[in-house]
Design a protein around this ligand. Structure first.
Ligand SMILES: *Cc1c(COP(=O)(O)O)cnc(C)c1O
Length: 401
C-alpha cells in the first residue's frame, strides 16, 4: 500500500466525476463498499527486520499515523487525481496546510511576495510570523502585475495568493503571476479555496503549489476540519513531507473519511452552489438598498473576463454592500432567518458574515479601506437551499432593516 513514496498502481483513466467517487480507494480484504476508516495511531510489524526496512524506506508500509494512514492516504490520492498534481499531503486544517506549504521551504533571509487581499490567518502568517524568523515579505495589490514585477528579486523563494480573494472576490491572473515568479526561480502557491478544485486548476495555469481548506466545500456540510497541499513529487517528498512528519499537523483518519465522502458529491454541490449564487447575485443587483454587488459572473465585476478564462464557474460567495453603514448591515444580518450568521463558507447552509467586524477585524481601518472592506460590506456564502427561499429571506431582511 502506498505510504511514504509516490509509487502507486497504474491509475485508470477515469474522468473527474468518476475519480471523485472512486479515485484512490483501496479495499481491505473485507471488500467494503465505502472506504474503510482506519482509526489507528500505529502499525505492527511482522518482524524486527520489517520494522527496520520501514524506517529505512525500503519497505512501503505504514509506520505511524503522524506520517501516514490508509484512510488519509485515500483522501490524498483522490485529491491528487482531482487536481492533476503529482503528490499531496493532508493536514489537520486549512491553516496547517498554508503554514506547512510556506514554512517547509523558507529560511531566514529568504524573500516572499504575497497579495494583500488574503484570508485573515494567511495574512497573519505572512506579515506577522514569517518576519519573526527573518523572512522578508513584500505585499502587493494582486491584480496589479506591475507591482508583482517590481516586487520579485533574486532571493524571492515563493509567493502566496488567493483567487478569488476573501471577501472582495478580486481575481488574480495566475498564469501572468506564475511567469513573473518563474523568471527569478520562485514558486507560486495558490490558496484555491474560493474557486474549489472543480472550478479552477491552478497547476495547469502555471502555479507550483495548491493549498485547500478542506473544511470548506470539500466537506461542505459543516462537519470536519481539514486541509491539503498539492504539488510535484519533488516538493512534496523532499520539502513538505519532512516538515509535516516532524511538526505533526496530521489529519485525523476520521476527518479524512468524512472528506472522502464529501468529495463524492463535490461536483454536484459546487454546480448547485454556483447556480444559486448566480441567481442571488443578479437578484441582489436589482434590490433597492443594496450597492456594489461583487460576483465574478456579473459583467460589472472588474475582472469579469479574466474570471471567465481562468475559472469554469463563478463560485458560491457573493459580496455586497447595504446602504447605511454598520448599523444597517447589522440590522440586516440580525433579521435574516434562513441564512445564518457564521464565518464559515462553502457550506450546504447559506451563511452570512460582516467581514469588517469579524474575519478582518484585526486589520487597521486603513488596511480595510485599501482592500475595499467597508462597514457596509456583507459576505454571503450561498448554500444549497431552494434559491427562492434564499431570495425571499434576503428580501424580507432588507425590507426590515
Ligand atoms: C477557511 C480558509 C482558510 C483556513 O482554513 P481552515 O480549515 O479554517 O484552517 C484558508 N484560506 C481560505 C481562503 C479560507 O477560506
Amino acid at each position: 500500500m502506498p505510504n511514504e513514496t509516490n509509487q502507486r498502481p497504474t491509475k485508470p483513466a477515469w474522468r473527474a466525476q468518476t475519480q471523485l467517487v472512486h479515485g484512490g480507494g483501496v479495499r481491505s480484504p473485507h471488500g467494503e463498499t465505502s472506504e474503510a476508516l482506519y482509526l489507528t495511531s500505529g502499525y505492527v510489524y511482522d518482524s524486527a527486520e520489517t520494522a527496520e526496512a520501514r524506517f529505512k524506506g525500503t519497505d512501503d508500509g505504514f509506520i505511524y499515523s503522524r506520517y501516514g494512514n490508509p484512510t488519509v492516504g485515500m483522501f490524498e490520492e483522490r485529491m491528487v487525481l482531482l487536481e492533476g498534481a503529482e503528490a499531496a499531503r493532508a493536514t489537520s486544517s486549512g491553516m496547517a496546510a498554508v503554514n506547512a506549504a510556506l514554512m517547509c521551504q523558507l529560511k531566514a533571509g529568504d524573500h516572499v511576495v504575497a497579495a494583500r487581499a488574503l484570508f485573515g490567518s494567511c495574512l497573519y502568517i505572512i506579515d506577522q510570523i514569517l518576519p519573526r524568523f527573518g523572512v522578508q515579505v513584500t505585499l502587493v495589490d494582486g491584480a496589479d502585475l506591475d507591482q508583482w514585477r517590481r516586487a520579485v528579486r533574486p532571493g524571492t523563494v515563493c509567493a502566496f495568493i488567493e483567487t478569488p480573494s476573501n471577501p472582495g472576490l478580486e481575481i488574480i491572473d495566475v498564469r501572468a503571476v506564475a511567469d513573473i515568479l518563474h523568471a527569478v526561480g520562485a514558486k507560486l502557491i495558490v490558496d484555491n479555496v474560493f474557486a474549489t478544485p472543480i472550478l479552477q486548476k491552478p497547476l495547469t495555469l502555471g502555479a507550483d503549489i495548491v493549498v485547500y481548506s478542506a473544511t470548506k466545500h470539500i466537506d461542505g456540510q459543516g462537519r470536519a476540519m481539514g486541509g491539503v497541499v498539492l504539488s510535484d513529487a519533488h516538493f512534496v517528498n523532499d520539502q513538505l513531507v519532512p516538515y509535516l512528519r516532524h511538526t505533526g499537523p496530521s489529519l485525523s483518519p476520521f476527518n479524512a473519511w468524512v472528506l472522502l465522502k464529501g468529495l463524492e458529491t463535490l461536483d454536484l454541490r459546487v454546480a448547485r452552489h454556483c447556480e444559486n449564487a448566480t441567481a442571488v447575485a443578479y437578484f441582489l443587483d436589482r434590490q433597492h438598498g443594496v450597492a456594489k454587488v461583487r460576483f465574478p459572473a456579473l459583467a460589472s465585476h472588474p475582472q469579469h473576463n479574466l474570471a471567465r478564462t481562468q475559472m469554469s464557474g463563478p463560485g458560491s460567495v457573493v459580496t455586497f454592500e447595504v446602504d447605511g453603514g454598520k448599523e444597517r448591515a447589522f440590522r440586516f444580518l440580525n433579521r435574516l432567518r434562513l441564512a445564518r450568521i457564521s464565518n464559515n463558507l462553502g457550506d450546504a447552509k447559506s451563511l452570512v458574515t460582516h467581514p469588517a467586524t469579524t474575519t478582518h477585524q484585526r486589520l487597521t481601518p486603513e488596511q480595510r479601506a485599501h482592500l475595499g472592506i467597508s462597514d457596509r460590506m456583507v459576505r454571503l456564502s450561498v448554500g444549497l437551499e431552494d434559491v427562492e427561499d434564499i431570495k425571499d429571506d434576503l428580501a424580507q431582511a432588507l425590507a426590515a432593516a
